[in-house]
Design a protein around this ligand. Structure first.
Ligand SMILES: *Cc1c(COP(=O)(O)O)cnc(C)c1O
Length: 366
């Protein structure tokens, strides 16, 4: 199996198309030159255009990091402790990524409370409502698609609460941006964080925050890091530049990936493609006696689904057989490692790949 034929079914980085891979071979470029400014400005406008609703009211800020770096940079919108006026951030968690945001706020010395639900459950919206009613919170942080289990959190319902109590929402949309619906205004969205190498099908190394226009004008930076400062990036990106060296070649690939997305009909078409592949995998596994991990099929998003390992099949055996046949699947995290496996359908994969995958899972179970 040559490396080119491996299909990555982990939630990023994804299998690249040849079109995106070739873009890495563009000529070298200095990030202090005018042609770099033109490149980043064109990428900023393409990112803005992914969701028509964001085109006017929100501005993207690009940085060289993984998705986690974008989430951490987004927290520059939360004031530093000395400027907090006693208000806190409410973190809504039901998986690894909600917990990670709480750890970031702790590392940044910013006061917050966590409304946690079990990883197998929806967000605890009753507890969120009770907390917001106290008036103690200036921001809510939530995870759109919780990649831990594949649950698409009900941000429509959370958004109603953010509106009702007039508290802005910070959203980790790292594994949903360009794959799921995002309702910017209805969710009271202040900003969301995303990455090049999940639903956008780019190369890992560039991430971004999409932030409400006026937020960057009206506030002081709450950054607690020199590098992960959203305000500092935006100040230079207005003119297409960057305070620090950007991953130039990864930007070439991102530009191509954004064009490829637009050519293929935009995020809604991509969403339909993912949903069809995920349905094919779920039904194929069901026929083999493998059950999904979450109780309700409707809880899942389109990009990833989680399953219970069947009796007698260890994760390692499943993984190693599939790896040998050219597929990389993903283990469960935390308490679910050893009981769960996950299949993501982002990147250059199609229905015939899923058919081959299902045949190999049938073979390893035999
Ligand atoms: C993948 C992911 C991240 C982190 O992205 P990295 O690129 O690994 O840093 C954050 N949040 C969610 C929901 C993710 O799926």
């Amino acid at each position: 199996m040559s490396a080119q034929n491996v299909k990555l079914l982990n939630p990023g980085p994804v299998t690249l198309t040849e079109r995106v891979r070739k873009a890495l071979l563009e000529p070298d470029m200095c990030h202090r030159e005018a042609e770099f400014a033109a490149l980043s400005k064109s990428i900023l406008s393409k990112i803005s255009a992914v969701y028509t609703e964001s085109t006017e009211g929100y501005v993207p800020v690009l940085l060289t990091s993984s998705g986690t770096g974008a989430v951490e940079t987004m927290l520059s919108l939360v004031p530093r402790a000395s400027a907090e006026n006693g208000k806190k951030t409410l973190v809504v968690a039901n998986g690894v990524y909600g917990d990670r945001a709480a750890a970031m706020l702790t590392a940044q010395g910013k006061s917050h409370d966590v409304v946690a639900a079990p990883w197998t459950s929806p967000m605890d919206l009753a507890a969120v409502e009770k907390a917001l009613a106290t008036g103690l919170y200036a921001h809510v942080f939530a995870v759109h698609h919780e990649t831990t289990t594949g649950r698409l959190n009900d941000i429509d319902a959370l958004g109603v609460l953010c509106k009702k109590f007039d508290v802005p929402l910070l959203l980790d949309a790292v594994s949903s941006f360009a794959g799921e619906k995002i309702r910017f205004a209805e969710w009271n969205l202040l900003a969301c964080a995303a990455t090049a190498n999940k639903c956008l099908h780019g190369v890992p190394g560039i991430a971004f925050v999409l932030v409400k226009n006026e937020a960057l004008e009206s506030r002081e930076s709450g950054a607690t890091s020199v590098y992960l400062d959203l305000f500092r990036y935006r100040k230079e990106q207005k003119n297409g530049f960057s305070p620090f060296t950007q991953s130039v070649h990864v930007l070439f690939a991102l530009r191509e990936a954004l064009d490829e997305l637009a050519d293929a009909g935009g995020w809604e078409r991509r969403h339909q493609h993912y949903a069809a592949l995920t349905k094919q995998v779920r039904e194929g596994l069901y026929a083999l006696g493998i059950r999904q991990f979450l109780e309700d099929t409707a809880s899942y998003g389109s990009t990833l689904s989680s399953y219970r390992l069947p009796a007698g099949l260890t994760y390692d055996k499943l993984h190693d057989h599939l790896k040998n046949k050219g597929f990389v699947v993903y283990a469960g995290q935390g308490p679910f490692s050893g009981e769960m496996f996950r299949i993501a359908v982002m990147g250059d994969v199609d229905a015939s790949d899923m058919t081959r995958l299902l045949a190999e899972i049938r073979a390893v179970m035999a």
